[in-house]
Design a protein around this ligand. Structure first.
Ligand SMILES: [Zn+2]
Length: 992
């Protein structure tokens, strides 16, 4: 055995038997009484007034999701006078791990908050003498842990199924006297032992550390613990300064709190309050702590629930807001304007409450980062971007930790991935040496960032972490650690590394690809809400400007904030427990009702009374005569209707002036011909609109992951119950009914006059487990890249597997459309689907064709055992002979179809545009400052230069440019010139 191991064994025993017991000496038991809250949590003043019953140590408490208030009374003995007395509580944690289980918040009898109680932070400072503490304890079920089978379906994820059996047992509640000298000794030993354990360190240093530990342990004998004597031999090791080449680590307190995940939103509100209480308590006793808290929503929850804590946190100069977002959202799925509002709402909130916006985007944990983000964050006043999630890649190791990340439009943002590879750092020797060794920029740059603190109800940074930071400030063998704000790190890191390497395009996460699909109702709710809110703002603005109607500022803000909250990176991705998604489905319904009421109100005013009908088009592209952003009286149809014919022996033919579609006897499309060009979209012998089933049983992370080997097994859904053809209005429709597994599906194929391609409606009653449903189109296109819409533009991705990076992108995100062509090809638009796959396949007769597939549904069982069971619908449009512009138009048509309503007046677009069709309006709203000015956001959609002239239909004083926060930037006048994918925001000043 190595001598180091003998020393470390001696140390373990000494800590267990002799040192740890000396840290906290029990001095008094407490009298405990309890009140079990009958339903959901109540405010503290309600709990204080409740009837408390006697409660014994060892007694069980905590039905799943229940709250128990404990009152703990007693007194420390005279012997404790002048010493540090703490209340120690053990709720009966099944696993000692930070967070993810029972937690509590402790109050004084006067109602003020003291601090939280968590597994690794289970003490409350009470002072000597009389003690009377109220403890609000939350019985949160545990879904991960050492004693739990990973990803096992659990009924605990919803109170409807969780039962009433108590989860915990109060194991300890007593007063102890804490010995700070022993605490210091333990951290000294921990640090020196850390050096001994690090095999990557200099052997001489490790030998010195080992010898120092031995000498310290030699001071122990049967007579007790002499802390001073034991610390003395350790001092030279701890005091030896860092070497000249030591890297610099900027560390800051942080707690990653998921806005909902394995607990509901209401529990995240309480997790935020508990963490903030801990941080403020720690700051009271420690001048070194700097703590950052992201998500304006979390600050707002704190302000609503605990105004006193909010005010203390805002007033604390070392407690900093960061990130500038409303929540740490997913960034792959949200639409362009929603991504803008994530930052605008966050930054406006920070400006209002802190007097300054954040310069750092803070997204340690979401599942990949869209290529549009650099432009969006820079236009939102942000200079720097932080994440570390890309270290979770399963195939390719990302080559940089510090980089200039260049977006699809060419904007770059200075970006850092903490090389410690965690956002829940503890500042151990292991972490610090790992971070330094892992840092890919070493030799060219010296600085990295390390957020420390337990997240998700672990309670944030601890006094032990701060003690480790102090020891690592300047110590041989370790990087130099300094506790400082993220901006200080970034300013210094950029200054020392002006030629940081560039990474172009999206940051694709080679993991968690299922989150593009899981919990389909989240995807539909998000997509639908994003388009409704666009329409609501447009028509409310039009009504305000043209009719002088009041603009619903407050309603729109609240609805936007709700949509933004639901884009949190475990809600929209579908990775939360059943309760979260059940509530979110209900909330999306409320959002729809609220936005629809605003739209109806504005449209009714604009259309006026009258016997006729008016067609409104909220989209940025004119549709069959209705101008973009305007309305016209409905006109009778003049085109000849499309025809539907059943084919003898099965199948059907649908024909319009634009498209002819042939359905085979199995109900799949065998041919789609564009009439004008004669181009056939379907591969010879291929099928389009084919439903395919795959097994979906990933190795880990059920709701999150689609593993690549799912493709090895496939079942084509081609059994047909019936095919019927109808002609309704001017449309020709074929309806195919199918059954498979325990599920049924109805596919409706529709062709209309004047409209290119075929619309596909799929209604599914989905009852599968651990299976995946795809919708496949064999298209006769040979292209090495495909375009996928993202925020304010598109990304291109390879259709081949030339590199391991291409191969890892076997399931990717698209927003409203996918286009494959060079550049004429095929477009596939959708109304609620994000997961896609575009691959080249062999073409019968030679050459290559393309397989284009959309991922409709999954059925994982963790964390929601019933994920996606039930009725769903999906709309697609397949357009043959399509250019990218056709894909864009089809995407808007499916998501923002023109709406017909009673009335007699047409509505001129508030802002019309002359010029290039590739420049589109994404938002029209009244200015945030309530000046009455109109804000118009434009973008270039095709990836080529664009130029338009804006023609407002109302009296305009001046036309100026702003950033996404509506602050002035350079440029003015009605002519707008855009670079490819550029976003431009225009303020139209109203004439008084
Ligand atoms: Zn997270």
């Amino acid at each position: 055995m190595h001598s180091e191991n003998i020393t470390l064994d001696r140390l373990s025993r000494a800590i267990r038997d002799r040192i740890q017991p000396a840290l906290a000496t029990p001095v008094a038991d407490l009298t405990v009484t309890a009140w079990h809250v009958p339903g959901e949590p109540v405010p503290a003043e309600v709990a204080f007034a409740a009837e408390y019953a006697p409660f014994a140590i060892g007694e069980r408490w905590g039905r799943p999701w229940g709250t128990t208030w404990f009152r703990m009374r007693g007194a420390s003995p005279p012997s404790a006078r002048g010493r540090r007395v703490e209340l120690m509580i053990d709720f009966g944690w099944t696993d000692r791990m930070p967070g993810f289980q029972a937690e509590a918040l402790a109050y004084r009898a006067d109602g003020t908050v003291i601090k939280a109680i968590e597994p690794y932070n289970n003490w409350v400072p009470v002072g000597d003498g009389e003690v009377d503490v109220y403890v609000e304890a939350a019985a949160n079920p545990q879904f991960f842990g050492h004693n739990i089978v990973e990803f096992w379906p659990s009924p605990l994820g919803d109170p409807l199924t969780a039962g009433d059996e108590p989860l915990y047992r109060l194991a300890e509640a007593r007063l102890v006297v804490r010995d700070e000298a022993v605490a210091g000794l333990l951290l000294d030993l921990d640090t020196v032992a850390g050096l001994v354990r690090e095999e990557s360190l200099d052997p001489t240093l490790r030998a010195l550390a080992t010898a120092a530990l031995d000498r310290a342990l030699d001071t122990l004998d049967g007579q007790g613990l002499d802390v001073k004597a034991m610390r003395a031999p350790l001092a030279p090791v701890l005091e030896a300064p860092a070497t000249a080449s030591a890297q610099r680590i900027s560390a800051m307190g942080h707690a990653h709190i998921d806005s909902a995940w394995l607990w509901p939103l209401r529990e995240s509100r309480r997790k935020v309050a508990r963490t903030v209480a801990n941080v403020l308590q720690l700051m009271d006793e420690n001048d070194d702590l700097i703590h950052v808290m992201s998500a304006a929503q979390h600050w707002e929850w704190l302000r609503e629930d605990h105004p006193a804590l909010f005010e203390r946190a805002v007033a604390a100069s070392r407690f900093l807001p960061v990130g500038g977002q409303w929540v740490e959202s997913d960034t792959v799925l949200p639409g362009g304007e929603a991504m803008v509002r994530q930052f605008a709402e966050g930054q406006w909130y920070f400006r209002e409450h802190f007097g300054a916006i954040s310069r750092v985007a803070w997204l340690p944990d979401s599942f990949g980062y869209s290529g549009a983000l650099p432009q969006i964050v820079r236009q939102a006043g942000i200079d720097y971007f932080l994440t570390q999630k890309i270290s979770w890649n399963r195939v390719n190791r990302f080559p940089h930790h510090t980089l200039e990340w260049v977006g699809i439009d060419g904007t770059s943002v200075f970006t850092h991935f903490p090389p410690v590879d965690t956002y829940n750092g503890e500042l151990t020797v292991r972490e610090l040496t790992y971070a330094a060794g892992n840092f890919r920029e070493k030799g060219r740059a010296t600085r990295s960032l390390l957020p420390f603190g337990y997240g998700d109800g672990g309670g944030g940074p601890t006094r032990e972490m701060l003690a480790r930071a102090a020891r690592a400030a300047d110590m041989e063998g370790l990087p130099r650690v300094r506790v400082e704000a993220p901006e200080e790190f970034f300013d210094a890191a950029r200054a020392e590394y002006p030629d940081a390497p560039q990474w172009y395009g999206e940051l694709y996460l080679e993991l968690h690809r299922g989150t593009l699909t899981t919990q389909a109702a989240m995807k539909r709710g998000n997509r639908h809400s994003e388009h409704l809110v666009r329409a609501a703002e447009l028509w409310a603005t039009t009504a305000a400007v043209t009719l002088g109607r009041e603009y619903p500022y407050a309603e729109l803000r609240n609805l936007w904030r709700t949509v933004l909250l639901l884009q949190f990176h475990d809600i929209l991705p579908g990775s939360s427990i059943a309760w979260v998604h059940r509530q979110a489905r209900q909330t999306y319904g409320e959002v729809e009702a609220g936005l629809t009421a605003l739209i109806d109100d504005a449209q009714a005013a604009l259309a006026g009374d009258g016997p006729g009908a008016v067609v409104f088009n909220a989209g940025p592209i004119a549709v069959t005569g209705t101008p973009a952003g305007g309305a016209i009286p409905a006109a009778p149809v003049t085109q000849s209707p499309a025809t539907a014919t059943a084919i003898d022996g099965g199948g059907a033919r649908l024909a319009s002036d634009r498209t002819v579609v042939t359905l085979a006897a199995d109900g799949t499309i065998s041919s789609i011909v564009d009439v004008a060009t004669g181009i056939e979209a379907v591969t010879p012998g291929g099928r389009a609109g084919l439903l395919q089933l795959h097994p979906d049983y990933p190795a880990h992370w059920d709701a999150w992951d689609i593993d690549g080997n799912y493709r090895a097994t496939v079942e084509d859904v081609v059994d047909v119950r019936s095919i019927t053809v109808t002609e309704t209005g001017d449309a020709a429709v074929a309806v195919v009914e199918r059954a498979f597994g325990a599920s049924t599906a109805r596919q409706s194929f529709t062709v209309r006059p004047g409209q290119a391609g075929v619309d596909v409606l799929i209604e599914v009653d989905w009852q599968e487990r651990q299976r995946l449903l795809k919708l496949a189109f064999d298209v006769d296109v040979h292209a090495d890249r495909a375009r996928f819409e993202t925020q304010f533009g598109h990304v291109t991705r390879a259709t081949h597997e030339n590199t391991s990076w291409d191969a890892a992108r076997f399931e990717v995100a698209a927003h409203r459309w996918v286009h494959v062509g060079e550049p004429v090809g095929v477009a596939l638009a959708n109304d609620a689907t994000y997961g896609h796959e575009v691959r080249r396949v062999s073409r019968p007769g030679g050459g290559m064709a393309t397989s284009l597939r959309a991922t409709l549904l999954r059925s994982p069982q963790f964390p929601d055992p019933q994920t996606d069971r039930g009725a769903h619908e999906f709309r697609f449009a397949l357009v043959p002979a399509a250019r990218p512009a056709d894909a864009i138009a089809a995407g808007y048509r499916l998501n923002l179809p023109p709406v017909r309503r009673p009335g007699s007046h047409g509505v001129a677009p508030l802002v019309a545009q002359d010029g290039d069709g590739n420049v589109l309006i994404e938002a029209v709203k009244l200015a945030e400052d309530r000046s009455g000015d109109v804000i118009v956001r434009l973008y270039e959609a095709e990836g080529v230069p664009g130029r338009v002239t804006l023609r407002p239909s109302f009296a305009v004083g001046a036309i100026t440019r702003t950033d996404l926060l509506e602050r002035p930037v350079e440029g003015d006048g009605p002519v707008v010139t855009l670079r490819p994918f550029q976003i431009v925001t225009v303020r139209l000043h109203r004439e008084p």
